[in-house]
Design a protein around this ligand. Structure first.
Ligand SMILES: Nc1nc2c(ncn2[C@@H]2O[C@H](COP(=O)(O)OP(=O)(O)O)[C@@H](O)[C@H]2O)c(=O)[nH]1
Ligand SMILES: [Mg+2]
Length: 257
């Protein structure tokens, strides 16, 4: 049997992780590929899918808040460590499905997963060798050249911290006009175009900073070409799948004939 691939969806709160988890699962169903979705957010309410494995079966944010007199943010931090401690059981539950793809919907707060040791621990316990990060760039934050640069920085920071293959996506692509989308994607492919877009902005200290940051990171950008995804019409889901296959199967397509 093939070993499953673990896809961790991360991004700022509201960037569309849970929705993409649902869309990816639907897409795999349509294409005859087996997948399961794991909810890793103990505080999740109203998920757009029904999780196959759910961290809330082990940990409840509300309970941690009540038991320890913590607010939601403090409780999320406490939960991050508890999640890591429960990973052996979560792993057993995932393995019982004998599936091809495991999509993990990471907790709402990006920093919990990226900056605390628990994120790395979770990945180490579940599957250290066949894991990939799906990083979602929020459409709202990508609209201006400087905003886009901040998103690139955040995505590079995640990659630097976590140290596993990463696929970068522009989320909620249906919210852009075609020309807006073309422009943003062109920035990701050609840093010269992004540089021009930045230099066309009003001259401020912020613009100078954007130019400086861009010079600093442009050497890394060719590793991170970005493609659009959306819950509408499965936009970009085939690209996501192809990128994952490229990383772990050398591009060989696992779609059934
Ligand atoms: N138009 C549009 N809205 C989306 C898309 N993906 C997510 N959303 C909306 O964005 C909001 C946040 O999405 P969610 O998946 O909960 O984000 P999460 O916090 O990263 O898990 C919800 O209202 C979603 O319906 C998309 O592809 N297109
Ligand atoms: Mg979510």
């Amino acid at each position: 049997m093939k070993q499953e691939i673990f896809l961790y969806l991360i991004g700022t709160a509201g960037s569309g992780k849970s929705t993409l988890a649902h869309t990816f699962k639907q897409w795999t169903n349509v294409h005859g590929i087996d997948s399961v979705v794991v909810n890793l957010d103990p505080g999740a309410e109203n998920l757009p899918y029904s999780p196959d494995v759910d961290i809330r079966d082990w940990i409840s944010l509300k309970e941690i808040m009540n038991d320890h007199g913590l607010g939601p943010n403090g409780a999320q931090v406490a939960c991050a460590d508890l999640i890591a401690m429960n990973m052996d059981d979560v792993k057993k539950s995932i393995q019982s499905f004998k599936t091809d793809f495991v999509v993990l919907d990471a907790p709402g707060q990006l920093e919990l997963f990226v900056f605390r040791e628990s994120g790395r621990l979770i990945m180490q316990t579940l599957q250290p060798n066949r894991s990939v990060i799906g990083y979602l760039i929020d459409h709202v934050l990508a609209r201006t050249p400087s905003g886009f640069i901040t998103q690139l920085l955040l995505s590079l920071t995640a990659q630097y911290r976590i140290g596993i293959p990463q696929i970068n996506m522009l989320s909620k692509a249906d919210m852009f006009t075609e020309s807006e989308l073309d422009e943003i994607i062109s920035w990701s492919k050609d840093s010269g175009l992004l540089e021009t877009a930045v230099s066309n902005q009003k001259a401020t200290v912020y613009r100078e900073m954007s130019e400086g940051i861009l010079r600093l990171i442009e050497g890394f950008l060719h590793h991170s070409s970005i493609f659009p995804v959306s819950k509408e019409e499965y936009l970009g889901i085939d690209d996501l799948y192809t990128n994952i296959q490229f990383i772990y199967e050398g591009g060989e397509d696992a779609l059934p004939d």
